[in-house]
Design a protein around this ligand. Structure first.
Ligand code: SAH
Ligand code: SF4
Ligand code: F3S
Length: 459
């Protein structure tokens, strides 16, 4: 065997080694972070399945444990190192256990150094665009190589990798990888490289296959889906792609994330409203309601520009649903800046927000700013922000009462005999129903509203 082998040949070679064992070995793949990472995790499982691995969720029972990691905030990183510490004990009981780490943390030099110095029992490390090189790394490890590391290279991830999807009716479809935006707080461009769009024909082919297999929700993924296609030779935009996907035959809903407000304007809203399969909801991360902070974040829009998109949608569909991401406590965010964020929340009336206390990421521009705001102050702001959002959603969820919603039932509810699902406005809906409805669309009439969900009856 030599280095000229293809990924498929490595898969065959590993599968050959594994087939000689008495029973199939078990792999445990744990993904952290955003849906792009979970989508990578599905591809990793696809390759492992082809190589003959079975799966377990419990790392203690596994022969091969892979942590597919996130680096966006410090606590994400700390959790992974904590879990690696636990694996060390598992490996002491089972010395043939192979331990792998991949995902965004594998793109950080300080992580690689820390692994080499303090976590010598980690056997395999590979970066986000080296997924298809896993079979080679595993082959080398099984053939006695002590460590197999392959990091820091940002290619176009391979097409056509088999996937073991986590759901039989909801599917994630990455349309692009990487990010060009360099928001000053964010590590993603450093760990995922520059924007690379998949070819539209590859995406359409994947969606057609999913529709044929009966998938009911297609979630298009990218760090900034609105700049889809900018790097391709052919003349294709995200709105064009949405139109093409909308034309694929089948009964499914199209969702997507994330949109960057600098690129998501009125054309996007118009396209969404023209495409009957596209959800009536836009996740539009604002990060802050202060123009000063937005500038320091390098977000390249102002609050007024952001509001143009919101107003355009609401002029046509008055209760169009918006959700957002907000960072509390960007370095030296003044109390006036913070009040402006609260003001913006009241203006937009988001149905949901994902809020994070700023986390310093070394290597980013914002990490160089000397921050004078205390952690206590930041926590207090977060508490106020969450309380305000609860008030806003308590009030605004009432607008759904009496309305009919088309809901994709996706899980058992907390109460016996109840199910939960998501409406086309991305609202959580609870209703009584048979378990057999999970994975199907049902029509529900909303009878009551909470501050995080609505309840209703199937009609
Ligand atoms: N590409 C997406 C989001 C990527 S990360 C976008 O631009 O919207 C998801 C969210 O994590 C971001 O929207 C931001 O709110 C948050 N985030 C990113 N870096 C962070 C940091 N250093 N500290 C706290 N939150 C952060
Ligand atoms: Fe990070 Fe900004 Fe890129 Fe989103 S757009 S991934 S926040 S750099
Ligand atoms: Fe985390 Fe990487 Fe996603 S840093 S948020 S897993 S792109």
């Amino acid at each position: 065997m030599n280095s000229e082998m293809t990924s498929a040949e490595y898969i065959a070679a590993v599968s050959d080694i594994i087939s000689k064992r008495e029973s199939p070995p078990l792999a445990c793949v744990h993904s952290y972070g955003c849906q792009l990472n979970f989508s990578d995790g599905e591809k990793i499982k696809g390759m492992l399945g082809k190589m003959g691995y079975g799966f377990t969720d419990n790392p203690e029972n596994a022969d091969f444990v892979i942590f597919n990691t996130c680096a966006v905030r410090e606590n994400a990183e700390d959790r992974v190192f904590g879990n690696l510490g636990f694996l060390k004990h598992c490996k002491e009981q089972n010395p043939s256990m192979i331990i792998g780490l991949c995902g965004c943390m594998a793109g950080l030099d300080h992580v690689i150094q820390k692994l080499e110095k303090s976590y010598p029992f980690v056997d395999i490390v590979f970066g986000t665009s080296a997924l298809d090189r896993l079979p080679r790394l595993l082959y080398e490890k099984l053939n006695g190589r002590k460590k197999a590391f392959d990091t820091n290279e940002y290619n176009m991830p391979a097409e056509g990798l088999e996937q073991v999807r986590d759901s039989s009716f909801k599917a994630s479809v990455p349309i692009m990888y990487g990010c060009n935006n360099f928001c000053t707080y964010c590590i993603v461009p450093y760990v995922r490289g520059r924007e690379r769009s998949r070819r539209p024909e590859d995406i359409i082919k994947e969606v057609q296959g999913l529709a044929r297999d009966g998938y009911k929700e297609i979630m298009l993924l990218g760090q900034n889906v609105n700049s889809y296609g900018n790097d391709l030779e052919e003349d294709v935009t995200f709105c064009g792609l949405l139109n093409q996907i909308n034309a694929v035959e089948g009964d499914f809903i199209i969702r997507f994330m994330s949109s960057h407000p600098k690129d998501a304007g009125t054309e996007l809203i118009d396209t969404m409203l023209e495409c009957e399969k596209v959800e009536r909801h836009l996740h539009l991360p604002v990060q802050s309601g202060s123009d000063d902070i937005l500038e320091k974040m390098n977000r390249r829009y102002t609050v007024e520009k952001y509001m143009e998109t919101i107003n355009h949608a609401r002029n046509i569909v008055p209760d169009f649903s918006f959700t957002t991401d907000i960072i509390v406590g960007f370095p030296n965010e003044s109390s006036e800046d913070f009040e402006k964020t609260l003001e913006l929340m009241k203006r937009v009336k988001y149905d949901n927000i994902y809020s994070f206390i700023y986390s310093k990421r070394s290597g980013t521009k914002a990490a160089l700013i000397e921050d004078k705001i205390s952690d206590a102050e930041k926590s207090e702001r977060m508490t106020r922000l969450l309380a305000l959002q609860r008030e806003i959603s308590t009030e605004s969820y009432k607008r759904f009462i009496g309305r009919k919603m088309r809901v994709l039932a996706d899980a058992k509810g907390k109460r016996e005999g109840w199910l939960t699902g998501k409406s086309s406005d991305f609202i959580i809906v609870e209703f009584e129903g048979e378990e057999s409805l999970i994975g199907q669309f049902v029509d529900v009439e909303v009878t009551a509203a909470k501050n995080w969900a609505v309840t209703g009856k199937i009609i």
